[in-house]
Design a protein around this ligand. Structure first.
Ligand SMILES: [Zn+2]
Length: 261
């Protein structure tokens, strides 16, 4: 099975807040990206379908893509959901269970910005229209930096709150800030999560760790060519070139070192 891009979005808005540009994709750019996926034959699948295929269940479409949104920003849902629905695509929204209907308090503390988050009614509507809601903790902490009892509580309680509020199973998690370690991973499994998305960059290959899935970030400055490169390779063109150039330079340097020696 080929590597599957698990796309990671945060905000979709035409008014990126200062300091949050990287995490904000313009609505027009988002729509163009989704139209390109559809034209290129990509089929959006759920994380459940991905896990099932990897466990020997039904194979994924030839070109599968998983679309994820972290944080549950109201404007991201407002812009993205209609585009996805019109194209028959699905997505996972990872929600901060303790801040439903509120604002992104963690961003206020870290960046001095505050964005509205969707409420329970909107989350239930998303589920009713075929989208999937996953957990993104209770309060958006760096889980790997919390004491053991607190991280377990964040994980267990976020799942319970979301299952209660949505009236359906919540099996998937995204670690806030991608912060996890071996213990957090075990705590996620103990809390009953079947998968957890990390922010390790790359396509999700057949042996990817279900509790630390690789993702492909889509960032605010990306043109369509960057987006296509990310979907195909996991990285933007500039990053790929940098890595190639660095590799070539290292090879050259060791040749020179050998000559000099
Ligand atoms: Zn987050």
């Amino acid at each position: 099975m080929r590597g599957v891009p698990i796309l990671m979005y945060h905000q979709v808005s035409s008014h990126p807040l200062p300091g949050f540009e990287k995490y904000t994709v313009a609505p027009r750019a988002f729509a163009a990206q989704m139209r390109w996926l559809a034209r290129a034959g990509y089929v959006s699948v759920s994380i459940d379908a991905l896990l099932a295929a990897r466990a020997g269940g039904p194979a994924l479409p030839h070109r599968a893509v998983v679309i994820t949104f972290d944080d549950g920003f109201a404007e991201a849902v407002e812009h993205a959901a209609p585009v996805l629905q019109a194209l028959g695509m699905t997505a996972v929204f990872f929600l901060v269970a303790g801040l439903m209907g509120g604002t992104s308090a963690w961003l206020r503390a870290e960046r001095g910005i505050e964005l509205p988050l969707i409420d329970w009614g909107t989350a239930r509507e998303l589920c009713a229209t075929g989208f999937i809601c996953g957990a993104h903790s209770v309060s958006h902490p760096r889980l790997a930096e919390l004491p053991s009892a607190a991280r377990r509580d964040e994980l267990r309680r976020s799942r319970a709150m979301l299952e209660g509020g949505l009236g359906r199973r919540v099996d998937h998690l995204a670690y806030p800030y991608g912060s996890y370690d071996a213990e957090v991973r075990v705590a996620a499994a103990d809390a009953g999560f079947r998968s957890a998305c990390s922010v390790r960059i790359g396509l999700s290959g057949p042996d990817d760790d279900a509790l630390a899935l690789h993702r492909v970030p889509v960032t605010g400055g990306d043109g369509l060519a960057d987006f296509i490169c990310r979907v195909r390779t996991g990285r933007a063109a500039g990053e790929l070139l940098q890595r190639k150039a660095l590799g070539a330079w290292r090879a050259l340097r060791s040749l020179i070192a050998a000559d000099a020696g």
